[in-house]
Design a protein around this ligand. Structure first.
Ligand SMILES: Cc1cc2nc3c(=O)[nH]c(=O)nc-3n(C[C@H](O)[C@H](O)[C@H](O)COP(=O)(O)OP(=O)(O)OC[C@H]3O[C@@H](n4cnc5c(N)ncnc54)[C@H](O)[C@@H]3O)c2cc1C
Length: 402
């Protein structure tokens, strides 16, 4: 089939790769300039996603850029004291067969792009904005900003939070500002060595805020995220003196090491966080949505890109051996049925995680955290098993609706 993909982020490229490997002709339209840098620095990928990447033969390329954390830690933001931890490393790899890792978002996107080009040539049109979609007699057509259009058998809207395809298919509802903003950026690990950042994914909790640190680029850079509460969504703010002063003010409740780390970020970016209530439908006719276009989520479970990768794997399975508009439409319904409950659960759990991270300190909360800390120390396997539903999921073999 001819498959048109709006959006060449991690989700769109993942879909392009697996669909082209299945023999489809794929074209990707992405509005970013070919040389645009990927903003947002690091992402964490859990075994539910690394399993899929490995099945696409990307294990080695990812390994060359990855950092493998030893654990996930929850820490007190003021003292840095560890409150609880989950062992990752070989223990988690043995449990699920695939690793938990950190990678720079730009590296991940480049690995996918190179694999797409190797599989089917130069099919990604950069700097090409999709403006609309029409479907005439079962054939979808993408409208492009330059006035041209592209016609195919299937359209996939992988065009992110403010998806133009979602807008055409399901109307103009807006993503919801969650009340959180995130400072994001990278610090040179050599300059931060004296801060003794541990080889872990660490979340430092403070009332109404939390900060996350982990290594990327094989340990050469520290990824920093600082999440704070705001009543209104701010404009995105790039590095300037005002931004640095605002970040320093926001970081005031945190331990001095974290404050210093935040001051070492090379290009701090303030990022309002949006999500969306679960959409009732993702597909109409021969068009569907994937990734943040249909289920944007808070980053507090580190799953948005992982879910987009899972989506791509399931969508490719649903489109195997399908032809004709009716069969395509049926396959897209199966895809959304297969994915909706899981992604809605991850959206909800990510929201709940935010409340937990930002809870005000009360004696009861202190007790809960102490019990959780003791539990994770005394019964590490039990603590890990809480995430089996998420990290143990196999999108490559999970049952599909009939
Ligand atoms: C602070 C933060 C931390 C995060 N950490 C993690 C993490 O640790 N692990 C994880 O799994 N996820 C994480 N995420 C989530 C993750 O970044 C997203 O869920 C993921 O990037 C979604 O991929 P996508 O391809 O669906 O969308 P996007 O990455 O948004 O890609 C969409 C693409 O479409 C293009 N586009 C948009 N509109 C158009 C148009 N009209 N025409 C053509 N092209 C268009 C865009 O330029 C972009 O290239 C984090 C998010 C945030 C904000």
């Amino acid at each position: 089939m001819d498959i048109l993909i709006a959006g060449g982020g991690i989700g769109g490229l993942a879909a392009a790769l697996t669909l082209s490997r299945n023999g489809h002709r794929v074209r990707v339209f992405d509005d970013r300039a070919p040389d645009a840098a990927d903003v947002g620095a690091g992402i964490q990928l859990s075994p539910n996603a690394t399993r899929v990447l490995a099945s696409w033969g990307l294990g080695e390329a990812v390994d060359a850029q990855a950092f493998y954390p030893q654990r996930i830690s929850l820490r007190d933001g003021r003292t840095r004291r560890r409150l609880m931890s989950l062992t990752l490393g070989e223990k988690l790899r043995a449990r699920h067969g695939f690793p938990y890792l950190h990678i720079h978002r730009g590296d991940m996107r480049r690995i996918l792009l190179e694999a797409v080009i190797a599989a089917c040539g130069d099919v990604v049109s950069a700097g090409t904005r999709v403006t609309g979609l029409s479907q005439v007699e079962g054939r979808p057509r993408l409208h492009l900003a330059d006035g041209m259009h592209a016609e195919g058998d299937v359209v996939i809207g992988a065009d992110g939070l403010r998806s133009a395809i979602r807008h055409v298919l399901f109307g103009a509802d807006r993503p919801r500002f969650t009340g959180y903003v995130a400072w994001r950026g990278l610090a040179d690990a050599a300059r931060a060595r004296h801060l003794n950042i541990e080889p872990e994914a660490a979340s430092f909790m403070a009332p109404g805020a939390h900060a996350v640190t982990y290594f990327v680029r094989g340990g050469h850079a520290v990824n920093f995220v600082g999440v704070f509460e705001r009543t209104d969504p701010p404009e995105e703010i790039w590095e300037n003196e005002g931004a640095r002063a605002m970040l320093a003010r926001d970081m005031a409740p945190f331990h001095e090491d974290l404050r210093e780390l935040s001051s070492l970020i090379e290009r701090p970016l303030l990022w309002p966080l949006f999500d969306r209530m679960a959409l009732p439908r993702w597909s109409a006719g021969c068009a569907t949505l994937l990734g943040d276009a249909c289920h944007p989520m808070l980053p507090f479970l580190a799953q948005g890109a992982c879910m987009a990768i899972e989506d791509a794997a399931v969508l490719a399975r649903c489109l195997e051996n399908v032809s004709g508009a009716n069969a395509i439409s049926g396959a897209l319904q199966r895809y959304e049925q297969a994915r909706k409950a899981r992604t809605a659960r991850v959206q909800a759990e990510a929201r709940a995680q935010g409340k937990f991270f930002h809870a005000k300190a009360t004696p009861m909360r202190g007790l809960t955290r102490t019990i959780m800390g003791l539990g994770s120390g005394l019964a590490p396997n039990l603590a890990l098993s809480r995430y089996d539903w998420l990290w143990g999921h196999d999108a490559l073999t999970a049952a599909l609706p009939a």
